[in-house]
Structures are given as structure tokens and as C-alpha cells.
Design a binder for this molecule. Structure first.
Ligand SMILES: *Cc1c(COP(=O)(O)O)cnc(C)c1O
Length: 418
């Protein structure tokens, strides 16, 4: 059963009434189900049980320490894209030998930080980056384990902002130049080649792009083997989609059934970097209706969460299911659900049929566990929402709501300036 379900017209999270939780925490509030995180991780892990694999959760999806700790304790590794995420991953208890580091713009400082912590590998995205990694490794008297992120030029057929494996995208090195890249890395004694990685995009809803990616990287891996440059790890990235509206994405089992026949019997350890699949449906954003406003053109439901809390609608034209926390009868109305921010992009739904809610009612915005809080900001000087996790039969505040003081905490007025 889904963690967030209605009983007697009231929304529950793993047996607890959402209304009672937010009566204490206030709104807007991100609410996570630990059980769902665990179930999603297990579903992915079990689907690939037949092959040698490791799951490195994509930290950027939702980096709350309680979320990270839950996954670390299950044995997951971490896929990070910054020094800050390395800090979060270590703080949450991920072991460094299960941490992989991607990103096109790793700084010298971040590379040194990762080397000192002896992470599993850098997923290198360019030759200048390779050079910097080797320079830093040399200075620190270490050997950097590396893997190239290859760009296979595959169309994942998702929103253009979250396609990452097309030739025109900034990510990885072209698969056509990968052999030279590996050759060059192999001559450097401060680098150890251990793997290859692809990550073609996010919210992918068919298996074909994954199959195509696997075929391309396997071919490269075998040809490297023939060149005497064998890799140990093949990292297939993340990207598995979830159902926001009516998408029918493959399950991890479907994905496994499509790709295991291609990789079974190969000598590699496979790494997966799911993010959205693990955290997406494990969270909701609870918000309160501030006003109903009717203009000659439209009906608006104005809520206390804004695009600073959840920016997926404006960034990706994303659909999020929205339902009242307590069901309020069967009269539906067509509304725009909007936030208080001074931007027309500040919306959660447009021309949406919603039960006739009233001022003060609570709404749940579903599938907000991935790329929700982690993309939030303080725009319009709005303190970030609190985050709450239901663990077994209790809820815990896992990040306090920010205060007004937090908004100015890092700011300084220059002295002697008027
Ligand atoms: C964002 C990202 C992921 C996770 O993607 P999902 O679509 O959330 O599964 C995995 N790997 C890398 C390199 C990423 O940038």
C-alpha cells in the first residue's frame, strides 16, 4: 500500500493523520515516509539481485540527513555532485568506498576533499578535469580512481531540461572519443582507471533508452578490455521515472528484465544511481489554503507554499497531484493553485479540477520527495519549510522550519559606510 493513503476521507502517512502532524509543525511542511524509502530501495535492490551490483543513491534528489541515513543503513552508496554533498553523505554515514562523484565543474578544493576521504571514484566529465584530478592527486601523494562519464548520444525522451545524454548536452565525454581518453588516463601514474559511467537523463518512462545505453557502454567496455584497459565498474546512472500523473514507467523489475540479459555473465560490477525512484513518492508537501480568489478570468486557490518550496512545476512544467488532506465533498471546481510569490511562474497546478476547498483547508501535493526541498530557496525572503519524517509509528522533525533570523544570519553590513 502507498504510504500516503486516505482512510475515512482523511489522509494518512503510514498510519498517522497528516492533519495532526501539521497541527504541530505548521505549513508548508515536507512530510516523508521512511517506510516508502526503504521499500523503494529494496524493490530496486531485489530487481538486480541476479547481478553483481551496487546502488548509489543520488544525493541531490533529497539530501535531508534522515533520508540519507535511512539509505546508508540499508547499505546504499551515494552519488554526489559537489563537495557539499560529500559532506552530507559522510555526515549521514555513507562509507567512502561506496561514494561516486559526478559533475562537470568539480573544483580543485572539491577534488582534494574527495581524495582525502578516499571515495570510490570520480566520474570524470572532461579532459581538463582529468588533468586537474591528476595534479591534485600528485600533490596529495594519492592515486585517484577514475571512471569516465561517457555521453552516448541517446534521446531519453524526457523534458529537455533533464536530458543529459545527448551530444549537445554538457555532460560526459563523447563516446566516440572515449578510447583515446582512457588511453591517455592509463599513462598517468596518479590515476587508476576503474570504470565507466553513463547517465542519460531523468524521469525516463520507457526501457529503450536504457537498453541502448547499456549496449553502447558494454561495447566500449569490451573494446577497452581488448586494448588492455579493463574496467571493473559499469555505472548506469539514474533516471528511472515515476508516476506523477498517468505515466507508466517501467518498474525496476521491468528495467532489470530488459537489461540483465545483456549484462549477465559479463565481468563487471554494475552501479545504479537512482534518485527520483527512491525518494519521489516518499514525500508530500503539505500546504494550507490562504485565500480563494476569483477574477473575471479564473479561480485561484492561493496557498502558503510557493515556488521557492517546490519549483518543479515552473522549471519542468511538472504535474503534481494535489488533493485535500481531508476530503471535502464531491463538488469539483476548476482552479489554478498558486503560491504567494511575486512571479506568475509561482504555481502548482493550472486549470486543475479540485474539490471545493475553503480557506484554511490543507492540501497535499504528492510525489514531492524528489527535487522538492533540495531545490528550495529563500526567494521572497521566505524561510524554508520544515521537513518531517514518519518512522514506524512516530513522526520526527528532521529539519526545523527556518526563522527570520536564518534569513540574515550570513549577511554583514559593511562598517563605516552609510
Ligand atoms: C541526477 C542524477 C542522478 C539521479 O537521477 P534520477 O533521475 O533522480 O534517478 C543520477 N546520476 C547522476 C550523475 C545525476 O546527475
Amino acid at each position: 500500500m502507498c504510504a500516503f493513503a486516505y482512510q475515512d476521507d482523511e489522509l494518512y502517512c503510514d498510519g498517522l493523520k497528516v492533519k495532526e502532524i501539521v497541527a504541530e509543525t505548521g505549513t508548508p511542511c515536507y512530510l516523508y515516509s521512511q517506510k516508502t524509502l526503504i521499500d523503494n530501495y529494496a524493490a530496486f535492490d531485489e530487481a538486480f539481485a541476479a547481478i553483481n551490483h551496487m546502488i548509489c543513491y543520488a544525493v541531490k534528489t533529497n539530501s535531508n540527513l534522515a533520508v540519507l541515513r535511512t539509505l546508508a543503513r540499508l547499505g546504499a552508496g551515494a552519488d554526489i555532485v559537489s563537495g557539499g554533498e560529500l559532506y552530507q553523505a559522510l555526515a549521514a554515514g555513507f562509507s567512502p568506498e561506496k561514494i561516486v562523484f559526478a559533475g562537470v565543474g568539480k573544483t580543485e578544493e572539491e577534488i582534494a576533499y574527495a581524495l582525502k576521504n578516499d571515495i570510490l571514484m570520480f566520474n570524470v566529465e572532461s579532459m581538463p578535469e582529468l588533468e586537474l584530478i591528476s595534479t591534485v592527486a600528485k600533490a596529495l601523494k594519492r592515486i585517484a580512481r577514475i571512471s569516465f562519464r561517457v555521453n552516448p548520444d541517446i534521446n531519453p525522451k524526457t523534458h529537455h531540461h533533464i536530458s543529459t545524454g545527448l551530444a549537445q548536452n554538457k555532460f560526459g565525454i563523447s563516446i566516440n572519443h572515449a578510447e583515446e581518453a582512457y588511453q591517455e588516463a592509463s599513462t598517468n601514474k596518479f590515476l587508476e582507471i576503474v570504470g565507466m559511467q553513463v547517465h542519460i537523463g531523468s524521469q525516463i518512462t520507457t526501457v529503450e533508452p536504457f537498453v541502448e545505453a547499456v549496449e553502447k557502454v558494454l561495447k566500449l567496455a569490451y573494446s577497452l578490455q581488448e586494448m588492455g584497459l579493463p574496467v571493473k565498474y559499469i555505472d548506469l546512472g539514474g533516471g528511472l521515472g515515476i508516476t506523477y500523473k498517468d505515466e507508466k514507467p517501467p518498474t525496476p523489475r521491468d528495467l532489470a528484465q530488459a537489461i540483465i540479459p545483456l549484462i549477465k555473465g559479463s565481468p563487471y560490477q554494475f552501479i545504479f544511481e537512482p534518485g527520483r525512484y527512491i525518494a519521489g513518492n516518499a514525500g508530500i508537501l503539505v500546504t494550507r489554503v490562504l485565500y480563494l480568489k476569483e477574477t473575471p478570468a479564473k479561480k485561484f486557490v492561493i496557498v502558503d507554499a510557493g515556488m521557492n518550496d517546490l519549483s518543479r512545476p515552473v522549471l519542468y512544467d511538472a504535474y503534481h497531484e494535489i488533493r485535500p488532506v481531508e476530503k471535502v465533498g464531491n463538488n469539483e471546481m476548476i482552479v489554478d493553485v498558486v503560491g504567494p510569490i511575486c512571479e506568475s511562474g509561482d504555481y502548482f497546478a493550472r486549470k486543475r479540477s479540485l474539490p471545493a476547498v475553503q480557506q484554511g483547508d490543507l492540501l497535499a501535493i504528492f510525489n514531492a520527495g524528489a527535487y522538492g526541498f533540495s531545490m528550495s530557496s529563500n526567494y521572497n525572503a521566505r524561510p524554508r519549510a520544515c521537513e518531517v519524517m514518519v518512522i514506524k509509528d512516530k513522526y520526527h522533525i528532521v529539519r526545523e522550519r527556518e526563522t527570520y533570523e536564518d534569513l540574515v544570519k550570513k549577511e554583514k553590513l559593511p562598517k563605516n559606510e552609510s
